[in-house]
Design a protein around this ligand. Structure first.
Ligand SMILES: NC(=O)c1ccc[n+]([C@@H]2O[C@H](COP(=O)([O-])OP(=O)(O)OC[C@H]3O[C@@H](n4cnc5c(N)ncnc54)[C@H](O)[C@@H]3O)[C@@H](O)[C@H]2O)c1
Length: 266
């Protein structure tokens, strides 16, 4: 096999959740350029369709679908739809999440005042949603004896949020976010080892802080704290996504690929 073809994704069908958010279009572009067809899934249907429209100006191989990651029936219906249209799913990126961009109503509350409703809502989407995706789509992949699953974790699934960074900035990283992402990394290892001999590879990617118009005190502090001296560009996860989705990572199982500019290294 030629080295370049290790990354080839021609004919592969990839389902990416959280399709209406900041990073899904980046993951999509990375896979599209190596030949994959993309289904972008989100609970925010109109925004997801808009993201698809923008990508299709260049690629014409992107399709939107409604998905509520917290509902097993919703995953089953998406699987059935994709099977009817494309036959199979080869790549799943569990990327949906409640984040600083798509907050729950009490996302910014302090730990002492953090409500059970927000705790449950964040765990439901970030962790249970990932569990359900792995279960429903992963089972389908196991039946086909082939597939790659990438779960989006976070630097705060590896280490605790740096609390002083956030003081006085208006930005918060709540306990449920960090705990849910620690769970995503654990879930990834559990399924990865379970399915290692079955042709289905499960890994996670840990992004660092992605620049999205941040400014002022937060940006200044973040840049000082991160070994690379800056936040991540939105496009800097693309290499990791293609690597873990393709045969280039055929012996990589249960790995958490950290792309954080060194944040978790010191
Ligand atoms: N942006 C960052 O700095 C950063 C850093 C580390 C990790 N991550 C992780 O990367 C992933 C993508 O991040 P992002 O910045 O694009 O987030 P985002 O908030 O922009 O997008 C998340 C998407 O998930 C969707 N979603 C929420 N609940 C859903 C549900 N029940 N069913 C289906 N979709 C649902 C939202 O509608 C939204 O479109 C997330 O898992 C996030 O935790 C992001």
């Amino acid at each position: 096999m030629e080295n370049k073809s290790l990354f080839d994704l021609t004919g592969k069908i990839a389902l990416i959740t959280g399709g209406a958010g900041l990073l899904a279009s980046e993951h999509a572009q990375a896979l599209l350029e190596f030949g994959a067809t993309i289904i972008l899934a989100d609970i925010r249907e109109e925004k997801c369709k808009h993201a698809v429209k923008i990508l299709n100006k260049k690629y014409e191989k992107v399709f939107p679908v409604f998905l509520d990651v917290t509902k097993k029936e919703s995953w089953e219906s998406v699987l059935e739809n994709i099977q009817n249209t494309f036959g199979q799913i080869d790549i799943l990126i569990n990327n949906a999440g409640f984040t600083n961009q798509s907050k729950t109503s009490g996302f910014d509350a302090s730990f002492e005042n953090f409500s059970l409703e927000d705790w449950n809502a964040i765990l439901q989407v970030n962790l249970t949603g990932t569990f359900l995706g792995c279960q429903v789509i992963g089972k389908h992949m196991v039946e086909h004896k082939k597939g790659a699953i990438i779960n989006m974790a976070s630097l705060y699934g590896v280490v605790s949020p740096h609390h002083p960074l956030y003081e006085g900035t208006g930005i918060v990283q709540p306990v449920a976010y960090s705990v849910s992402k620690h769970g995503v990394i654990g879930l990834t290892k559990y399924i990865a080892t379970l399915w290692a001999k079955k042709g289905v590879r499960v890994n996670s990617i840990t992004p660092g802080g992605i620049f999205n118009g941040h400014e002022g005190l937060f940006l200044e502090r973040f840049e000082k704290l991160n070994p690379i001296g800056r936040m991540s560009d939105q496009a800097e996860l693309r290499g990791a996504v293609v690597f873990l989705a393709s045969d280039a990572s055929s012996h990589v199982i249960g790995h958490n690929l950290i792309v954080d500019g060194g944040w978790t290294a010191w």
